[in-house]
Write a protein that binds this ligand. Structure first.
Ligand code: GRF
Length: 187
């Protein structure tokens, strides 16, 4: 199956997926592109190391979001992409991509949705004082982290947690959860 991974930043989830391919936990999954909207994304460095083709589309280079997504769509179709895996892609997916790929776009979010959608979910959970949080993989729809939930993993929050310690715990869940969902759903 040909998949594209979308990332705007660090790209550690991208890297974990690649490691799972190399380790043969994931088979028949071909990552045909690392798509990014940020020229400075560290994910690009990681993609170079794994020799994943890098596709950069910056919103500012286009008249509007529709034109931006049309350009992305053209490349996705050139690459024969069947599934889009969002991994720290910091934009809402618009109708241009959803019209073609609805039901084939996954996202991972660092909370137990529907709690704490949007930015800084780990900080929100800590602030709120919940005692359990986790990670969620869901289908992508028009909303912000609102699509149907596919799978979740949970972890405790301890009294002495900081944003950094909690983030580490949640990310480690993500590294296990995303490959597992990809294996079940796409492979
Ligand atoms: C992850 O925590 C993911 O849940 C969220 O953005 C973060 C991306 O991290 N959507 P990375 O870029 O994969 O390191």
């Amino acid at each position: 199956k040909k998949v594209a991974i979308f990332a705007s930043g660090n790209g550690s989830n991208y890297e974990k997926i690649m490691e799972n391919i190399q380790a043969d936990y994931l088979t028949d999954i071909e990552v045909v592109g690392l798509y990014t909207d940020k020229r400075e994304a560290f994910a690009i460095e990681r993609a170079r190391r794994f020799r994943t083709p890098i596709q950069i589309f910056e919103l500012a280079q286009y008249d509007n979001k529709i034109a931006y997504e049309k350009a992305i769509l053209e490349q996705l179709q050139k690459d024969n992409v069947e599934w889009i895996i969002l991994a720290g892609y910091m934009k809402l997916v618009g109708e241009t991509l959803l019209n073609v790929y609805e039901g084939k776009i996954l996202n991972i979010h660092p909370s137990l949705l529907p709690s704490f959608p949007g930015k800084n979910a780990v900080g929100q959970a800590l602030q709120y004082g919940v005692k359990v949080t986790g990670a969620t993989v869901h289908y992508v729809d028009m909303g912000m982290d609102t699509g149907k939930i596919i799978d979740q993993m949970s972890c405790p929050i301890y009294e002495d947690d900081t944003e950094a310690t909690l983030q580490l715990r949640v990310q480690n869940l993500e590294y296990e959860l995303y490959p597992r969902v990809i294996k079940k759903l796409i492979q």
